[in-house]
Design a protein around this ligand. Structure first.
Ligand SMILES: *[C@@H]1O[C@H](CO)[C@@H](O)[C@H](O)[C@H]1NC(C)=O
Ligand SMILES: *[C@@H]1O[C@H](CO)[C@@H](O)[C@H](O)[C@H]1NC(C)=O
Ligand SMILES: *[C@@H]1O[C@H](CO)[C@@H](O)[C@H](O)[C@H]1NC(C)=O
Ligand SMILES: *[C@@H]1O[C@H](CO)[C@@H](O)[C@H](O)[C@H]1NC(C)=O
Ligand SMILES: *[C@@H]1O[C@H](CO)[C@@H](O)[C@H](O)[C@H]1NC(C)=O
Length: 479
């Protein structure tokens, strides 16, 4: 699906440029096959190399003015260029307004070869974990379906989260599990009837170890009569690896052992313990090692520094300053060779979900009824006919690739120059292996590479911009 149409101006500039501007740049949609996310065309497994993206935290969601983390194209261009060079292939965005237009941002991330995993809920519209029944309404589900309308046409919409941390302790594992499956069912039915392709739907869990296995089993198991209600994947928000931990001391070995029989993809929907600062991200090497291919990667929490201090960058007004955490994460990503772990595993794909049964549940606090709440009245009709009059997104031409907002390296003083979004070749996904973005080190050099895969090298500077960066670095050094 071509998304860049040559403009007359560009065409008139001559052959090479016209050719470049005509290059379509849509990522391939991703499907679930057993334990893996798989690129629907290349058939390669997608290991999520991701960052959670929500500048301003919850307060970045401002429905009164139709603003959310994906509504400002200039901001998205800046951040997509930064994340592209960091090496990520996926972002997760938590709070989105289905009445807002996300075309610029979705198209920019798509052009960068970056997928989006999207939460359908918001701080004001979600199942209420302390009393779920009254919050499961037609009005709530209409909001959820409007999210599908808004994002269903972007090829880089990787997946939807039907819920996030509804169970956040043992007590909340009583009433909530059936509602997790109910919203998942409703979303999957809506997508099947009203979206151009199947978009995976899953749950993102808080790391409550006492009910981890129960939750995973509850959402993946096969329930007769309610087959739509099982999750297509399972996200775990995990902060067990702190500082210079190890595969064993972090408990990653236990997780790997637990999930090796998973019949759906499992990944960290959040990770990056901040008990030791700055973070050194040694868990990256473990997560993408052959030991952990049972998992599908993960998303680092989170892009921007907020009050809870998990940021990779500082944001002040429109100015970004990379943090040491950013450099450390990039150094870890740069050491990865994902091509070694991109093969799908046919025996893992062939695993069949267990039948839902009390015997799958071990905690006495966990719900064992497997009775999924009926859809509120009127919802079946909405699913059948589609929600009318919604903002339905579509890819648009990415016209601007040069970042105009200020971005500083982690020394806080050196302004990055020549920061540009690289529009990837058609069908390419961004990969780690980008250049060191901390300018002012004198290392910007058009011939410098750091061992990324050459197939989709969008995270590298073009020769021209790198040369420009070198000139600026020299100019700065002279000042
Ligand atoms: C299971 O969940 C349903 C729906 O919330 C609730 O009515 C029921 O009381 C729960 N059972 C237990 C044992 O918590
Ligand atoms: C970037 O380069 C600087 C200077 O060479 C170095 O100190 C820093 O560790 C590098 N960062 C990464 C992520 O490689
Ligand atoms: C493939 O998956 C099966 C089932 O989970 C597992 O036993 C096996 O170790 C996996 N093989 C590789 C190479 O990861
Ligand atoms: C992109 O994928 C489509 C679908 O497989 C294919 O027809 C097309 O040739 C691909 N384009 C490039 C540039 O690889
Ligand atoms: C860039 O790198 C090449 C190859 O390492 C080297 O020959 C050249 O001197 C470098 N240029 C600058 C400006 O550092």
């Amino acid at each position: 699906m071509p998304s860049v149409t040559p403009t007359p101006t560009l065409l008139s500039l001559g052959g090479a440029l016209a050719l470049f501007s005509a290059v379509a740049h849509a990522v391939h949609p991703v499907v679930v096959e057993g334990q893996d996310f798989v690129n629907s065309v290349t058939k390669q497994r997608l290991m999520i190399v991701g960052v959670d993206y929500q500048i301003g935290g919850e307060s970045g969601y401002k429905p009164a003015t139709k603003q959310d983390p994906l509504t400002n194209g200039e901001v998205c261009l800046r951040d997509a260029a930064i994340l592209q060079r960091l090496g990520v292939n996926t972002i997760r965005v938590y709070n989105l307004d289905p009445a807002a237009n996300h075309d610029d941002c979705a198209s920019i991330f798509n052009a960068a070869g970056i997928y989006m995993v999207l939460d359908v809920n918001s701080p004001f519209e979600s199942i209420h974990r302390l009393n779920p029944a009254p919050s499961y309404t037609k009005a709530y589900l209409s909001r959820v379906f409007a999210m599908v309308e808004n994002f269903k046409n972007y090829p880089n919409t990787l997946a939807f989260f039907s819920g996030n941390e509804l169970i956040n302790d043992v007590a909340t594992a009583g009433a909530n599990p059936p509602y997790i499956r109910a919203v998942t069912r409703d979303l999957k039915q809506y997508i099947a009837k009203n979206a151009p392709r199947s978009i995976p739907v899953g749950y993102s869990m808080a790391d409550v170890r006492d009910v981890l296995k129960d939750t995973w089993n509850f959402v993946q198991c096969d329930l007769a009569g309610e087959t739509d209600s099982s999750s297509d994947f399972f996200g775990l928000n995990s902060y067990s690896w702190c500082g210079d931990a190890s595969y064993k001391s972090s408990g990653y070995d236990v997780l790997t052992d637990l999930f090796k029989t998973s019949t759906i993809p499992v990944f960290f929907s959040e990770y990056g313990c901040n008990e030791v600062k700055p973070r050194i991200f040694t868990e990256v090497a473990a997560l993408y090692s052959k030991d952990m291919t049972t998992m599908s990667g993960g998303l680092v929490y989170e892009y921007s520094q907020e009050a809870n201090e998990f940021g990779l960058v500082d944001v002040a007004d429109d100015k970004i300053t990379l943090r040491t955490d950013f450099d450390n994460l990039q150094a870890q990503y740069n050491k990865l060779d994902l091509s070694l772990i991109q093969a799908t595993n046919s025996s893992a794909i062939a695993l069949k979900a267990p039948k839902c049964d009390k015997s799958l549940i071990s905690s006495s606090s966990f719900n064992t009824t497997f009775k999924i709440p009926a859809q509120p009245s009127g919802v079946a009709d909405i699913i059948k006919n589609g929600l009318p009059n919604q903002v339905v997104g579509k890819l648009v031409t990415v016209k601007e690739t040069a970042v105009s907002m200020a971005v500083y390296s982690s020394d806080g003083k050196t302004k990055l120059t020549g920061l540009t979004l690289t529009i990837l070749a058609d069908n390419a996904t961004n990969t780690p292996g980008g250049k060191n973005t901390s300018a002012g080190t004198g290392t910007s050099n058009s011939t410098t590479t750091t061992g990324g895969q050459s197939k989709s090298d969008g995270n590298r500077l073009t020769a021209a911009t790198a040369a420009l960066a070198t000139v600026f670095a020299i100019a700065l050094a002279l000042l």
